[in-house]
Design a protein around this ligand. Sequence first.
Ligand code: HEM
Length: 368
Amino acid sequence: MHPFPAVDPIPLPAPIWLLKLLHIVTLALHFVAVEMLLGGLLLAVLLSLFRGSPLSMVAARALARRLTVVMTYVINLGVPPLLFAQVLYGRALYTSSVLIGVYWISIIAILMLAYWLLYQFSGRLEVGKSAWWVGLIAWLLAGSIARLLSTNMTLMLRPEVWREMYSASAMGAYLPTGDPTLTPRWLLMMAGGLFIVYLAGRSTFTADEKRFVAGLGGKVAAVFGLVYLTAGLWAASVQPAVVKSLLVTPPAGYEFYKYFGFAGYGWLALVAVAILLAAIAGFGRITARWMSIAVVHLAVLIEIAFTVYRDGVRDLTLLSKGYNVWDRAVVTNWWVVGLFLVLFVAGLGVIGWLVSVMARAKKVMEAA
Ligand code: HEM
């Protein structure tokens, strides 16, 4: 029997390529924010635990202050891809979400607790109280959200286990294990390090602080980069043989998926450059502005390449199991699509203006 629920008879209101494009762009930005949050928080916790010098506390505070803001980006940049994913992959994603329903819904409560703890962490650091354990709990909670998201995003690709899971628990209280891609996918998101290299170029640090942040941050980012690289290679190597082969030789009519496979090589090259740059920043204690600009661009490009490759893996995995994302009725409502795009561009313009206002604002030194 076909494992996927029947397709919704309501046609899609926009071309599939457009929905996929918007999905990939917004999801890549969500991943940039997630890497900043999880990597930045881990480093801030370590810095506040091993209070090596006053400089390490300045760096921990600088990171913690920003993490509450980063969290708003994690959440707001998570909503659009969730909507696009539901439109494109609803029959798979809704099923897997229901199967782990208790855990899936608990993300909201875990998220609120983690967010509150981030403020507590930052507040305690500001007044010189012991804070590392608060940050550590927030990191563990955020990491468990990441684990639940990875669990759902891999479960949606395994219709063959759905029936057995539903028999084990119709309440949605059963977490699946046994998917070899789960742990490396999760690990990939836990090891973002470029945020601290970016911070070293901020003019709100004194020259001494900058050198400390660049030296320590660069070395940590290089190590995190190696973990990220290993997790990525691990995740790719444990994909089912059919998916690996479809990425190289896609079925007739879907030749463009070759480029999704190439994105994996692009990702590899970009990550290698990022690790090299981080090591240069770390060992050379480079605090130049070009380094900050370079790592911001690299982080965005890395996540775009990663998301494109990941999207190819998802589509081809589903295709091998009888779910074709392109096989949907589309009746485009161009007025609505046009209005959406106008508002989207206007929204980007407003955000750009807000960022420029922030950039022109009077600087407050980090140690103040
Ligand atoms: C602390 C908060 C969060 C963390 C740490 C986090 C982490 C992650 C991770 C690790 C993944 C990748 C899963 C994988 O493919 O293996 C992911 C995917 C995703 N996240 Fe988040 N996330 C957070 C909050 C949110 C929120 C609040 C939303 C939405 C409101 C969201 C929406 C999504 C979506 C839609 C995807 C996958 C979409 C797709 O595959 O098409 N996330 N997130």
